[in-house]
Design a protein around this ligand. Structure first.
Ligand code: GLU
Length: 445
C-alpha cells in the first residue's frame, strides 16, 4: 500500500502555527513512508474563500520546504459531490429537513430543559409530501441530513488509540445547506475516496466528525481509511491559538526573519516525546517521526521558545549554508565574519547589524575621552590577528591600571557602540586600525 495523505486547509486565511502543524505531521508521515502528500484546498465556502489566500497558503507551505505531489481544489470537484448526493438519496440515506435555525435552537433548549441530550429528533423524516410542499410554498428550501445508522462506530486512532462512538447518540449531520452549498463533511469523504487517501491525519478538533464520516465511507461503498487526530496547540493562557495574531502566521514569521527549518523543527517536536531541538532537514525529521511520540495533551506554543530554537539553528549553521543569504543581505566578511558573529544572532538579518560594526559607519559611544586617548596610543601596528586584542588590552591595562569590566567595556562601547556582542578578539582585525582609531576619537567610522 502506498501511503497517501492530504493537508486540507480552507483558503479563508493564511497558515498559522496551529494549522501548519497538521501540514507538517502529514508531510513527515508521508516522507517516512515514501508516500504522497496531496494539498487539498477546501474552498466550498465561496463567501470566505479567496484565490489570494489559496496562493498564500501554497507560498507558505513551499517556503517551509514541504512538498506536495498533487493539488486539488474542491470548487473544481462539485460534480463528484453531486454524484455522491444522488447515490445517498437513492439509498434513502439523505433526507430533506426544513427547520429554521431558530426552530432547531428551540428544540434543543426544550430537550435540555427536560434533561435530554440535544440530538436532532428526525421530525423531518415523517413529513408528508403535502407538508413538504407547504414549506416550499412558504419559500423554505431544505437542508439535507445524512441518516446515521444507530450502531457503534469504532476505529483505531493512530494517536488516540481505540475509539468508539455510539452513532445512535448523534444528530444526523447536515451535508447540504439550505442554499445548496456543501458543508465540509461530505466533500472531504468523497475526495478522500477519489484521491485514494489511505490516512486521514488532522487535528483533534475533527474527532467528532469521524464517526459520521466513517458511515459515509461505508455508505459510498469505500474502504475506510486510517484516522489519526493529533493534539492541538494552545497559547500561554491554555486557550486555542488565535488565528488573528499575526506573530503566529507563517507569513508574519517569514517577515520577521525566522528560518523555515526552525518553524518546522519546532512544530514537529513540541507536544511529542522528542526534545524540542533544531533539525537541519525535513527528511531528518521525517525519519524520526512516529505517531506514538505525539502526546495526547494539548501542546503549548511558546513564541519565545521558537525564537530560541531559531537562534540555536543559526548558531550551528556552517558558512556555506548561509553564504548566499548573507550576500543577499549585503553582508560581507566571509567565513571569518560568520564564525565571529553567528553565536550572537537571533535571526539571520541580525548579521547586518554586526556587519555595520565591522564595515561602518558606526557612531561610537565614548564614556571617558582620556581613557580612549590612552588606549589609542597603545594600539599595536597592523597586521592584526586574533592575538592583537590580548596584546592591546594588556598594554592598555599596564598603562592605565584599568582591569576587568573597567578595561573592556569602554573599549567595546567605543568600537561597537554596544555593551554586548561577539568576541572582540575576532572583530578587532576585521574592523581594522584606521577605523578603530577614528572610533576611539569619537568619530563615526
Ligand atoms: N478543511 C478542514 C479543516 O481545515 C479539513 C479537515 C480534514 O482534514 O478532514 O479543518
Amino acid at each position: 500500500m502506498t501511503v497517501t495523505v492530504r493537508f486540507a486547509p480552507s483558503p479563508t486565511g493564511r497558515l498559522h502555527a496551529g494549522n501548519i502543524r497538521t501540514a507538517i505531521i502529514n508531510a513527515l508521515f508521508a516522507g517516512k513512508e515514501g508516500g504522497n502528500l496531496i494539498l487539498r484546498l477546501d474552498d466550498t465556502d465561496r463567501g470566505r474563500s479567496t484565490k489570494e489566500f489559496a496562493r498564500g497558503i501554497e507560498e507558505d507551505i513551499a517556503w517551509l520546504g514541504l512538498t506536495w505531489s498533487a493539488r486539488v481544489r474542491q470548487s473544481d470537484r462539485i460534480a463528484l459531490y453531486d454524484a455522491a448526493v444522488e447515490k445517498l438519496k437513492e439509498m434513502g440515506r439523505l433526507y430533506p429537513a426544513y427547520e429554521t435555525p431558530e426552530e432547531l435552537d428551540l428544540k434543543r433548549k426544550r430537550q435540555l430543559a427536560r434533561g435530554k441530550p440535544p440530538v436532532y429528533d428526525r421530525a423531518a423524516l415523517t413529513l408528508t409530501d403535502e407538508e413538504k410542499a407547504k414549506f416550499e410554498a412558504e419559500g423554505r428550501t431544505p437542508h439535507w441530513r445524512f441518516l446515521l445508522e444507530p450502531r457503534d462506530v469504532v476505529w483505531d486512532d493512530l494517536v488516540r488509540g481505540h475509539q468508539h462512538v455510539d452513532a445512535g447518540s448523534l444528530s444526523d449531520p447536515v451535508l447540504i445547506r439550505g442554499d445548496g452549498t456543501f458543508l465540509y463533511i461530505l466533500p472531504s469523504v468523497v475526495d478522500d475516496i477519489d484521491l485514494g487517501v489511505t490516512h486521514v491525519i488532522r487535528g483533534e478538533d475533527h474527532v467528532a466528525n469521524t464517526a459520521p464520516q466513517i458511515q459515509l465511507f461505508e455508505a459510498l461503498g469505500a474502504v475506510v481509511p486510517f484516522f489519526g487526530h493529533h493534539n492541538l496547540l494552545v497559547g500561554a493562557d491554555g486557550q486555542a491559538l488565535s488565528k488573528r495574531d499575526r506573530s503566529l502566521s507563517i507569513q508574519g514569521m517569514h517577515a520577521e526573519g525566522l528560518e523555515p527549518l526552525a518553524i518546522v523543527s519546532y512544530a514537529a517536536t513540541i507536544g511529542t516525546s522528542d526534545p524540542v531541538a533544531p533539525h537541519e532537514s525535513v527528511d531528518e525529521l521525517a525519519r524520526a517521526f512516529a505517531f506514538g511520540k505525539l502526546s495526547r495533551a494539548p501542546a503549548r506554543f511558546d513564541p519565545h521558545e521558537l525564537r530560541l530554537l531559531n537562534a540555536k539553528l543559526l548558531h550551528a549553521r556552517p558558512f556555506p549554508a548561509v553564504a548566499g543569504q548573507l550576500e543577499d543581505l549585503g553582508v560581507g566578511g566571509g567565513e571569518a565574519f560568520w564564525e565571529a558573529v553567528r553565536g550572537n544572532l537571533s535571526v539571520l538579518a541580525d548579521a547586518q547589524e554586526w556587519w555595520a560594526v565591522v564595515a561602518g559607519p558606526l557612531e561610537p559611544v565614548i564614556e571617558d575621552t582620556g581613557f580612549c586617548d590612552a588606549a589609542a596610543k597603545m594600539l599595536p601596528p597592523e597586521p592584526w590577528g586574533e592575538h592583537s586584542w590580548g596584546e592591546w588590552t594588556a598594554a592598555v591595562k599596564a598603562e592605565t591600571g584599568a582591569k576587568g569590566k573597567a578595561l573592556f567595556q569602554p573599549l567595546r562601547l567605543a568600537l561597537t557602540g554596544k555593551t554586548h556582542g561577539p568576541e572582540l578578539k575576532q572583530l578587532l582585525p576585521m574592523i581594522g586600525r584606521t577605523r578603530v582609531l577614528s572610533r576611539l576619537r569619537g568619530e563615526a567610522a
